[in-house]
Design a binder for this molecule. Structure first.
Ligand code: PXG
Length: 468
């Protein structure tokens, strides 16, 4: 009896049967899932979730990088109900507005870096990036430089699943489906020190990785390049933390060639790195910021764009109509929930706590995993972390990709009540902000015992035989 909701009676098998009969899941092989059966999640409280069999699971991924204030916050459900009772919906087209949207725009501007005074709301991060794509092109049109159209992004980046989001993203397996990327988008290599930094210090590598942007701008012609987009720390790509020299150099290059700088903060925004926005931790000032997920702690879909003064002034003063928007832009219920979510972050000092207390403790504990025989290196930034699994600790040789060692480890973690993601042979984690030191200890204990079990398993399969 480890669930406060053992009373939720769910017939797992029949839910799984209905699921496979009717529900096509995101990023899933539906046929394969039908034979295996989806895990049915029925309840969450704090940093834990429960499945329909009553199994308690420590959610090291905050849902999908979003349930930052933890599960079961009645303040948020009450905010939604109160707003639904008064005004469940009204649009922001046709010269109308609503109170929660106005108040939320103000609350977001108040926590944003200097120079950000305007917000455009969307329903998701993908729509946020689509909005930026159109907004940036509109900006250069209005400025009389319509040839400045091309976006530069990075391989292994994730910017969403819409046509534009997937095109901006650098996931080759997404590009393969549906002839992406669309024209007008170029990619450069990511700043992944473990893979590309051989022979350089981290600081040297940061400058080198930034120089790939300059090379690409020169190749395309600065007069053709509209913007560079990147995540402060790449999330879905495997928690790729750039060297500290990287972003300031990217900013210098963007300024030199008059290229707008876009920070996709769908994961890093609203506190995950210990500052309200990730660009503040990594030392750069973007022109535009995409946000979603953490703005509402995932309790309700909401995303948007923070528009810096440089872009906003041109669009507002000279742009006239911006012919773009969504039915749910500025949705009053979503905005009311997000307002309360920001109030919780402030009341409970959760962002500051990541910077000064729980973040450093988490980093120390997580990076200590580097001593494990399966771990090449483990790094954390704020409450986001990743480790790379290696076959040989001395040489840092990796396993053959087709072995799927990351998934083997993930299986052990999942089976033992701990959610961590596998991205290739990187294991990644991003726990809720409300996690305590005791819970971090519990989490690290689970991770260590699962890595031990995975190590024995992998050894048993004979995959370690040539290693030290
Ligand atoms: N930008 C970034 C940086 C993201 O992480 C999006 C945009 C798109 O947001 P929406 O709300 O449209 O999903 C994201 C979303 C994963 C994973 O595998 C990550 C995301 C979505 C789905 C899976 O880690 N991030």
């Amino acid at each position: 009896m480890n669930s406060p909701r053992d009373s939720i009676a769910v017939d797992t098998k029949s839910v799984q049967a209905l699921d496979s009969a009717h529900y096509i899941h995101a990023f899933t092989d539906t046929k394969a899932l039908a034979t295996q059966g989806a895990r049915v999640i029925v309840k969450g409280e704090g940093i834990y979730i429960w499945d329909s069999e009553g199994k308690k699971i420590l959610d090291g991924m905050s849902g999908l990088w979003c349930v930052n204030v933890g599960y079961g916050r009645k303040e948020l459900s009450r905010a939604a109900v109160a707003q639904m009772d008064v005004l469940p919906y009204y649009n922001s087209f046709f010269n109308t507005t609503n109170l929660p949207a106005v108040n939320l725009a103000k609350a977001i501007v108040d926590v944003a870096p200097d120079g950000f005074n305007h917000v455009f709301f969307t329903g998701s991060g993908s729509e946020g990036n689509d909005t930026i794509f159109r907004m940036v092109r509109r900006f250069w049109d209005v400025k009389g430089q319509p040839q400045k159209k091309t976006f530069i992004a990075r391989h292994n980046a994730y910017h969403g699943s819409t046509v534009c989001g997937a095109s901006l993203g650098g996931m080759s397996y997404m590009h393969e489906q549906g002839d992406l990327p669309i024209p007008g988008i170029a990619h450069i290599q990511q700043p992944y020190y473990f893979e590309h930094g051989q022979g350089l210090s981290e600081d040297e590598f940061g400058l080198k990785a930034a120089s790939w942007l300059e090379e690409k701008i020169l190749e395309l012609g600065a007069d053709k390049v509209a913007a560079f987009i990147g995540e402060p720390v790449q999330g879905a790509g495997g928690v790729i933390i750039p060297p500290r020299t990287y972003w300031p150099e990217i900013q210098r290059i963007c300024a030199k060639y008059d290229v707008l700088l876009v920070s996709d903060e769908v994961i890093c925004g609203f506190g995950r790195l210990g500052t309200w926005f990730g660009c503040q931790t990594l030392g750069y000032q973007p022109d535009l910021i995409t946000f979603a997920k953490g703005v509402s702690s995932g309790y309700i879909p909401l995303g948007g764009v923070l528009v810096g003064d440089r872009v906003a002034n041109v669009l507002i003063e000279q742009g006239g109509d911006f012919n773009h928007g969504f039915t749910y832009s500025g949705h009053p219920v979503a905005c009311a929930v997000a307002l309360e979510n920001i109030a919780i972050l402030q009341r409970e000092n959760l962002v500051e706590r990541i910077r000064t207390d729980i973040g450093p403790y988490f980093k120390q504990q997580f990076e200590a995993l580097t001593d494990h025989p399966l771990v090449g290196v483990a790094n954390a930034c704020g409450l986001m972390a990743g480790l790379v699994l290696v076959k040989n600790k001395a040489t840092l040789e990796m396993f053959a990709a087709d072995k799927g060692v990351g998934m083997v480890c993930r299986g052990h973690l999942f089976g033992n009540g701990m959610i961590m993601r596998a991205v290739g042979d990187r294991l990644i984690i991003a726990p809720p902000f409300v996690i305590t030191r005791g819970q971090i200890d519990e989490m690290m204990g689970l991770i260590r015992s699962c890595l031990d079990a995975a190590h024995a398993d992998i050894k048993g399969r004979g995959w370690l035989q040539h290693s030290a």
